[in-house]
Design a protein around this ligand. Sequence first.
Ligand SMILES: [Zn+2]
Length: 266
Amino acid sequence: MKLTFPNRGREWIRRARSLGAKRLEQRLRTETSNELASNHNGSGIATEHVVRKRRVLVVAPHMDDEVIGPGGTLALHREAGSDIRVVFCGAGATPEEDRVRKAEARAVAQLMNFRHVRFLDYPDGNFSLHEDALARELARELAPQAEDDPEIIFCPFPADHHRDHTAASVATALAIETSGYSGEVWAYEVWSTLWPNTLVDISRVSEIKREAISLHASQTAGLHYVDGALGFNRFRAHGTPGTFAEAFYVCTAEKFCSLAAHMNRI
Ligand SMILES: [Zn+2]
């Protein structure tokens, strides 16, 4: 018997594909909550965020992600007097590269007035093999201690395209669960886009971001990292009054864990 599908030619395929995308969008919309649908500029993106003095912890997979991602917003936090600590998950690929990259990261920390940087030294490219151990280390950073527990965590988005970034994001979610951290999470983007609900105008501090990325000289040699990152921020400023903007998905710790678990299931 020959099966036939009357009236279901190309149009049906197009609609089926479109429905698939819509379903995915609906699921993500449910997970990322309705704040994306209700906003003053209709895009679901808050563009008037004010950075206030807070205790900040940055989870950076590699030595440069801390500024390529949220560098401008961290410069604004520096101005606001925030206490900023950075945890780098990875080591350099060789002992010499490790030495150079750590020296660069420390120079950036000085420029950006980071109070403390810590290096966890997991092997570049293979964080996913150490996700649980990484989560345990990060949980110690999140544990409520007198005057040191963060109020904001910056970390990669769970659907970041780089496998180390995804692993760092999932490890952060696991660390949040075990530590009982209950502050905000600001998921940032590095060379891949997330679904933003917050834009921060970094126009005034874009030169600081440019300088900070440039200090990671071993990474920018021969690659247009600085122009690439700032070009991306220029794109993110589209439709806003500013020239450069950083995009984030900002949510509660609980929502971030739910989102990370959901992304892992897709
Ligand atoms: Zn990275």
